[in-house]
Design a protein around this ligand. Structure first.
Ligand code: AMP
Length: 114
């Protein structure tokens, strides 16, 4: 784990966050700067920089993230329209180098994204 990784610190509890769900492998917490009525971040506890760094070893983890998104969308009543997105690399808008999936819902979304 890189010593200055903010999401590793959230995963370990060293930095407080508004946690919606947690299990042995992932943490789901509310984004500090929400862009929708529901804006959560889903992260693996394991430090991986971004999707490009994932390997076959991470297949189960990546599947868990998608299923967690589905369950939390149902729990928070945004099943009629939600978006699950990961920004991979600076050009895509990634600002925190620990893989994370934004779960956004509660408003109408535009396409294509900016
Ligand atoms: P990205 O730009 O895709 O890397 O997304 C990083 C997201 O992390 C942004 O939406 C930030 O608002 C969010 N963020 C950064 N630090 C924290 C934190 N300590 N707690 C919750 N969300 C955070």
């Amino acid at each position: 784990m890189p010593p200055d990784c903010i999401f590793c610190k959230i995963a370990s509890g060293e930095v407080k966050s508004r946690i919606e769900h947690e299990d042995d492998d992932i943490v789901v917490f509310h984004d500090l700067n929400p862009h929708a009525p529901v804006h959560l971040l889903i992260i693996p506890k394991k430090h991986i920089g971004r999707l490009s760094e994932c390997s076959e070893d991470d297949v189960h983890l990546l599947g868990k993230i998608q299923l967690a998104a589905k369950k939390i969308a149902a729990k928070l009543n945004i099943e009629n329209g939600f978006r699950l997105v990961t920004n991979n690399g600076r050009n895509a808008g990634q600002s925190v180098d620990h893989i994370h999936y934004h779960l956004l819902g509660g408003r109408r979304m535009n396409w294509p994204p900016g």
